[in-house]
Design a protein around this ligand. Structure first.
Ligand code: HEC
Length: 105
């Protein structure tokens, strides 16, 4: 067994509480609370085209945020929001959303 293989998982689990804070309240760098559009349970909001994030794999969320942050011409609001998150905060919100149960569809 290679205990260090679990380090990324442990780091992700540790980030969830910090992620919850950002999801519900935003950060002080201008990122709006994710919950305003994606829902407090990450269930998404079809009316405004905000996809469900609950239960998504954390690496997929991080990678989507990285892409959005690097695509200033992509449709608002996500490029600005993603760019307002530090790499660490992207990991934290991803850890939180991935820890939530997938919405029933
Ligand atoms: C003002 C509304 C709004 C807020 C606030 C918001 N989002 Fe979004 N988000 C959207 C919309 C609309 C989309 C779909 C269009 C797109 O992908 O850009 C989206 C897409 C995404 C995607 C892409 C999902 C996929 O499967 O491709 C991710 C990841 C995401 N948001 C994360 C976040 C996070 C994390 C926050 C909080 C820091 C946040 N969003 C805040 C409206 C919002």
């Amino acid at each position: 067994m290679r205990p260090w293989a679990y380090t990324p998982l442990l780091l992700l689990a540790a980030g969830a509480p910090a992620g919850r804070q950002i999801v519900l309240h935003g950060n002080d760098n201008g990122a709006m609370p994710c919950a305003a559009c994606h829902g407090v349970n990450g269930q998404g909001n079809a009316a405004i085209g905000a996809p469900a994030l609950a239960g998504m794999q954390a690496p997929a969320i991080v990678s989507a945020l990285n892409t959005l942050a690097a695509s200033p011409n992509a449709p608002a609001p996500m490029p600005g929001i993603a760019a307002a998150l530090t790499p660490r905060e992207r990991q934290d919100v991803a850890a939180y959303f991935s820890s939530l149960p997938k919405p029933a569809s």
